[in-house]
Design a binder for this molecule. Structure first.
Ligand code: ADP
Ligand code: MG
Length: 237
């Protein structure tokens, strides 16, 4: 497959590049940066899983995506790669502040996906932080949170920073991800999530991934999704 004409400042790939990459089976065939490709290769990721193959051509075009695939199907890379690529294309740097927020329902899952982000994104110069509460000192976090480009967080801790951290600024947010979206959209997080969403710019890319497809029209309206792609991958057996 031919490389992209220019890796720089292409906020959205156009429709023709989408069709060109729709049949890709390996990460190397995707129109992504060398930095990301190197990170993937070093972590021994070569072939895409089904949900990655189905979603990446869309998400890399900047589209909103609702991805459903069972646990263990590789949903983490399906959103980490487009997050890295969006910031890369926008030439994001630490002083640009928060460019992406990835929300996870539990501290443990947030920690796991933060590790994947660190491994695959290690050649990029972005700063990333894990904001999950617990034993971590929130006052220490408050001093550095505005210098982070990617926030990996639980809803409660993110909201705490929105409420308490002076000058907390996510007005430049490019990409919002809800991992295990069905759990985050559940009643237990409803208030926190609404409060978070109300403080985020509406002009952004939003990706939802979970084991089951989120079809609640109310939820989708709440998240201001724009013409989202519904991608469900089920095992053929
Ligand atoms: P999910 O979020 O869908 O439950 P994960 O993203 O946690 O799945 O991935 C499950 C496992 O599959 C992890 O161990 C991950 O490293 C591995 N994995 C993900 N994508 C690939 C891939 N393209 N090739 C090989 N292994 C992969
Ligand atoms: Mg997962």
């Amino acid at each position: 497959l031919p490389p992209l004409a220019s890796d720089a400042r292409i906020g959205r790939l156009d429709a023709s590049s989408f069709s060109r990459y729709a049949g890709a089976t390996k990460f190397d065939q995707l129109p992504i940066s060398k930095k990301t490709k190197d990170g993937l290769r070093e972590a021994k990721y070569k072939k895409m899983t089904d949900i990655q193959r189905a979603s990446l051509p869309h998400s890399l075009c900047g589209r909103d995506v609702l991805g459903a695939a069972k646990t263990g199907s590789g949903k983490t890379l399906a959103f980490i790669i487009p997050v890295l690529e969006k910031l890369y294309r926008e030439r994001w740097s630490p002083e640009d502040g928060v460019g992406s927020i990835i929300i996870s329902p539990t501290r443990e899952l947030a920690g796991q996906l933060f590790d994947v982000l660190r491994v695959v994104g290690r050649h990029h110069g972005f700063s990333a932080g894990l904001l999950i509460g617990g034993r971590r000192d929130v006052d220490l976090e408050k001093q550095s949170v505005n210098e982070l480009n990617v926030l990996v967080c639980t809803p409660g801790r993110l909201l705490q920073h929105m409420d308490e951290t002076p000058n907390f600024d996510c007005s430049q947010l490019q990409v919002l991800v809800l991992d295990e979206a069905d759990r985050i959209l559940d009643v237990g997080f409803k208030k926190a999530l609404n409060a978070i969403i109300s403080q985020l710019p509406k002009q952004r890319q939003t990706m939802l991934f979970s084991a089951t497809q989120t079809k609640s029209v109310q939820d989708l309206a709440r998240l201001s999704l724009k013409d989202p792609e519904y991608l469900s991958v089920h095992e053929e057996s």
